[in-house]
Write a protein that binds this ligand. Structure first.
Ligand code: SAM
Length: 216
């Protein structure tokens, strides 16, 4: 059932970035992925068999781990070619879902968005976060990771990055809904461009009591 028609017709995507993933889905899927200790910690926050939406799932490695651990996972990606790679890997259909088309309310115990919301243009990030906040059940957990910096920019593949600071990110979350907790850790990852990038890893919990986004 569609409850929301995106964010007022605004496309929260960067065409060149999405085109990169459409054109390089196989190469991206074939690269080795290190085991994700943050996923293990995130899953420990959730009840057994919890319902989890994965955004920007890439080739589906995180969803494979969640399925193996008995979680009720919905893997999705905004690139049809990448979703097809994930579908091949997982042996189940993987829908194409663009961030601004998330249309569920109070549905998921968890949302996992590793290294994908970092491609949302800065002006639209709070709106996408609002859709994620709505999609979570009260008390649900939301993980995302971002390459950090002071200003938006592009990499050697012309992929767009929002490069937030921790303060900028906290403000964006605060503008997107009511959270009972927000924690940010720092670290580094090796990107597809073979460069180490400083990262922000953020876990937020939707408040149990309903308060509309922006309400004091
Ligand atoms: N989460 C995976 C991982 O950790 O390996 C893939 C990360 S990859 C850096 C970013 C993913 O986000 C790609 O699979 C890409 O297709 C997807 N993506 C980019 N823009 C998107 C959008 N606007 N909506 C949904 N997915 C998008």
């Amino acid at each position: 059932m569609t409850l929301f028609s995106g964010i007022g017709g605004v496309s929260a995507l960067d065409e060149d970035t999405l085109q990169f993933y459409r054109n390089h889905a196989r190469a991206y899927a074939e690269r080795a992925i290190a085991k994700h200790t943050r996923l293990t910690r995130f899953l420990a926050l959730l009840p057994p068999g919890a319902k989890v939406l994965e955004l920007g799932c890439g080739a589906g490695a995180a969803s494979a781990e969640m399925i193996a651990k008995g979680f009720d996972v919905e893997p999705t990606d905004g690139s049809p070619e990448m979703a097809a790679e994930a579908s091949r890997h997982l042996g189940r259909p993987v829908p194409t879902l663009l961030f601004h088309d998330i249309d569920k309310a109070d549905t998921y115990d968890g949302v996992w968005a590793n290294a994908c919301l970092l491609h949302v243009p800065r002006p639209e990030l709070a709106q996408v976060l609002t859709l994620i906040w709505r999609a979570l059940k009260p008390g649900g957990y939301f993980y995302a990771s971002f390459k950090t910096g002071d200003a938006e920019g592009r990499d050697v593949f012309n992929r767009y990055y929002n490069y937030p600071s921790a303060d900028w990110l906290r403000t964006s979350y605060a503008n997107a809904g009511s959270w009972s907790s927000i924690s940010i850790e720092t670290g580094e990852v090796m990107g597809f461009d073979n460069l180490r990038a400083p990262m922000l890893f953020i876990v937020a919990r939707k408040a149990s009591e309903f308060r509309a986004p922006g309400a004091a």
